[in-house]
Design a protein around this ligand. Structure first.
Ligand code: GDP
Length: 439
């Protein structure tokens, strides 16, 4: 049976998925994305070269891999070609032979970006902290059944009619917030040539992927954002607009659910969050310096926006929730080396609300803001683990920390990342992840 593995961040994103997906991508025939748009940001380090990907799957860096942008994505055509051009300058050529874009994916149009600004302004103190790239408004149009799909944009009359209709409403909102209204002709003139340029990339990717699986080709499905940002199961309303979890992979690619053979969670040894939402284990007041240390050591600044990330302790309660929701078969634990400097490390093993210990993850964001984390404190190792490739070479306290996390989340750890480079990695051969790497 062909391997179809979904890779998902277990926390609020930026878990270091880029590196792990890149390691796996080498072993798979096809790499697909199923949700989100160019708001994602992976940094992949290959030797002394660094690639930043926003829209294209990480497989693009490897010769001979087919990359799929699935129907669940929202695609900004200009951003697609800008990324393709940037990659071309780094020697990676993005051609229709290697990249397939779903005819059913939705387009992000210039008015979506304008609406993203107004929607954040409208929310005021409750703002989500989006990347302001029009992702949310494009998904709103999709759910509102007025979206423009990639295939629609190839039919000029359809494209023009939909732009005209949608702009009537969009401009009302934009003007109400003192924005600059857009002209239908100008939007059409911007989008139509891009759609034409996109045409050779467009395919029925559902059919392509299911056939690939039938033919025994292996498929890696790459999540963007992360579990706790899922529109249904995340910390609503501080979430992204799509289904980021494993179940979303079937919807967003059209691969039948039973085709998926495994789910890998990417878990970092601590937690970060960008944007405004609740974050129970955030290092605040007394721990702000520690947060800063981790931010610097882990280079925790957004790949898409450059924003500094909020840093916090490992949240095993939230990660256990992610493990249940996604059905992780294995976990890749990243950035162990970032904790090398600490003398003590705290892990949140449970949540208390108003003095009560919770047994399920709270559904209400306001409650999450009031959580008192229950911590266990583990000894640090204060030795460099950078570049370690054998688990037996880790200091005993580091091994104990890893074993503690595995028990606390109830999933095997199949890989430990000890630095940004590909070979700065410990692979546990007899794990599910070890077997996927030997595909
Ligand atoms: P992603 O979107 O989940 O891939 O997260 P980012 O793009 O923010 O990647 C995290 C950053 O951490 C990148 O600069 C990686 O090169 C780097 N990185 C990944 N794994 C490790 C690790 O194990 N140790 C260290 N020190 N850096 C890592």
């Amino acid at each position: 049976m062909s391997q179809v593995i979904v890779v998902i961040g277990a926390q609020w994103g930026d878990e270091g998925k880029g590196k792990i997906v890149d390691l796996l991508a080498e072993r798979f025939d096809v790499v697909a994305r199923y949700q989100g748009g160019h708001n994602a940001g992976h940094s992949v380090q290959v030797g002394d070269r660094s690639f930043v990907l926003h829209l294209l799957p990480s497989g693009i860096i490897h010769q001979g891999k087919t990359c799929v942008l699935g129907n669940g994505m929202v695609i900004e055509p200009k951003a697609f070609f800008e990324e393709a051009d940037r990659l071309a300058a780094q020697g990676i050529v993005v051609t229709p032979e290697r990249v397939l874009v779903s005819s059913r994916a939705h387009l992000i149009l210039p008015y979506h970006r304008a609406l993203d600004h107004t929607s954040e302004e409208r929310l005021g103190n409750e703002k989500v902290g989006t990347t302001l790239r029009g992702i949310g408004p494009a998904y709103e149009d999709k759910a509102g059944r007025r979206g423009i799909r990639v295939a629609d944009a190839l039919v000029p009359e359809v494209l023009r009619a939909r732009i005209e209709r949608n702009l009537e409403d969009a401009n009302r909102v934009i003007e109400a917030y003192r924005g600059q209204p857009l002209k239908a002709d100008e939007v059409f003139d911007q989008v139509a040539p891009l759609a034409e340029r996109l045409a050779p990339f467009i395919a029925d990717t559902m059919h392509y992927l299911n056939r690939a699986a039938t033919d025994g080709r292996s498929i890696l499905i790459e999540g963007a954002q992360a579990t706790l940002l899922d529109v249904d199961h995340g910390t609503y309303p501080f979430v992204t607009s799509s289904s980021t979890i494993a179940g979303g992979a079937s919807i967003g690619t059209g691969l039948a659910p039973h085709r998926i053979t495994g789910v890998l969670g990417i878990v970092r040894t601590y937690t970060t969050r960008v944007g405004e939402g609740p974050f129970p284990t955030e290092m605040l007041e007394g721990e702000a310096e520690l947060g800063q240390l981790i931010r610097e050591r882990g280079r925790e600044y957004g790949a898409s926006t450059g924003r500094p990330r909020r840093c916090g302790w490992f949240d095993a309660f939230a990660t256990r929730y992610a493990a249940e929701l996604n059905g992780f078969n294995s976990v890749a634990l990243t950035k162990l080396d970032v904790l090398d400097a600490l003398d003590e490390i705290k892990v949140c093993t449970g949540y208390k609300l108003d003095g009560r210990t919770l047994d399920t993850f709270p559904a209400v964001a306001a409650e999450l803001r009031r959580i008192e984390p229950i911590y266990e404190t583990l000894p640090g190792w204060q030795t460099s683990t950078v570049g370690t490739t054998d688990i037996n070479d880790l200091p005993p306290s580091a091994r104990a920390y890893v074993a503690f996390l595995s028990r606390a989340i109830g999933v095997e750890i199949g890989l430990i990342s000890t630095g940004p480079e590909r070979d700065q990695t410990i692979i546990i051969r007899d794990s599910a992840l070890g077997s996927w790497l030997n595909n």
